[in-house]
Design a protein around this ligand. Structure first.
Ligand code: TXA
Ligand code: MG
Length: 330
């Protein structure tokens, strides 16, 4: 176990960027802000560092990681782009989009990071601190969300600290993140497929492609038996408190994750109510989602009642995360 490390926390500045690059090149683990959620970075070419990363997160080793790079040129050294992938990269990078593509034959990313798949997930993040760390380090950095496996993704440095203090080397504190849900993942196969809804709305991607994205099959793997996105397993995002979706009344003992201006019966008796967006804005709701779930979970209530959240725009990603939170506790 990595327990027993001293975790340094530095405010995001030049010294922190230099310390991050040094730590990564020595095989260390560095949590840093991206525009979507905080990531836990390791040198993508260093399998030992990646093994430590899985260990630090208690993450099942079959779950492949996203390689973060500074620009399209760096991405093309590790992944093969077809015309569709190139179009999406040119329009949406840097930004909250991850592409799953075939690996190049001389791909420097360790197999452990891709869990043995011959495809690789790549993204160019937009957050200035992430970009500076990538530039200073000079190679691909794998970075899953910086939480313990099964916990919600961190949107502040304090969330990271709560989960990983003593298990990683460094946390770079760049303040709360902007988007609040993970990147959207598009698999560029025969037909482009949405593997994970996220911070870039499906409609935006489809508008650029001029076609609809294929949907991931419900069983998450298609006919081949090879999981396309093991992270899609329903157990991924799981608060300890039972989560009840689409609540139109609140039961005694429940705390409430609300959405919009309306009130529902039973709400007046609830001990805690946190509203994702009183003005019904799904972008604002996404930014609050993980932090509020975490706070509500910490109350040790009988249950978390979640009011309906519309499916448009980022609502799709929010509902996806909420569904996982509701089923993922076994
Ligand atoms: O916004 C994000 O994407 C954040 C920040 C830190 O960049 N990262 C993130 O990583 O969410 P993680 O490890 O929590 O989620 C990565 C997802 C998992 O669902 C994994 O199964 C999927 O990407 N994935 C990775 N490589 C894949 C591959 N070759 N094929 C299919 N899915 C893949
Ligand atoms: Mg994650």
């Amino acid at each position: 176990m990595n327990v027993g490390l001293t975790t340094q926390i530095l405010p995001a500045n030049e010294a922190a960027v230099a310390a991050s690059a040094r730590c990564l090149s020595q095989g260390g683990l560095v949590a840093f802000p991206t525009e979507t959620v905080y990531g836990l970075g390791a040198d993508a070419a260093n399998p030992l560092a990646i093994a430590r990363l899985y260990q630090a997160k208690c993450r099942p080793a079959f779950n492949p990681l996203i390689a973060h790079v500074g620009d399209i040129e760096a991405a093309r050294r590790i992944a093969r782009f077809d015309a569709t992938a190139l179009l999406l990269a040119q329009v949406f990078w840097p930004g909250p989009l991850t592409l799953v593509l075939p690996k190049t034959s001389d791909c420097a990313v360790a197999d452990l990071a891709t869990a043995g798949l011959d495809t690789i997930a790549v993204r160019v993040p937009a957050h200035p601190v992430a970009r500076e760390i990538l530039r200073a380090f000079g190679g691909p950095v794998v970075a899953p969300s910086a939480n313990l496996s099964g916990h919600v993704s961190p949107t502040t440095a304090a969330h990271v600290q709560g989960d990983l203090d003593g298990r990683i080397d460094l946390i770079v504190d760049g303040g709360p993140v902007e988007v609040g849900v993970e990147s959207s993942i598009v698999g560029c196969f025969d037909q482009p497929m949405l593997l994970r809804p996220g911070g870039l709305a499906r409609s935006e991607i489809e508008r650029v492609l001029g076609r609809t994205l294929k949907q991931l099959p419900e069983d998450g793997g298609g006919d081949s038996g090879q999981p396309l996105a093991p992270g899609m397993l329903a157990s991924h995002y799981a608060p300890r408190t039972p989560v009840r979706l689409n609540a139109t009344r609140i039961e005694p003992g429940e705390v409430v994750l609300a959405f919009g201006p309306a009130s529902v019966p039973g709400m007046e008796a609830a001990a805690v109510i946190m509203n994702l967006s009183p003005r019904s804005n799904v972008v604002e709701a996404a930014a609050h989602l993980f932090g509020y779930l975490r706070t509500l979970d910490a109350r040790g209530a009988r249950g978390i009642a979640v009011m309906p959240v519309p499916h448009h725009g980022l609502g799709e990603a929010i509902n996806d995360r909420l569904r996982r939170a509701a089923v993922g506790r076994e």
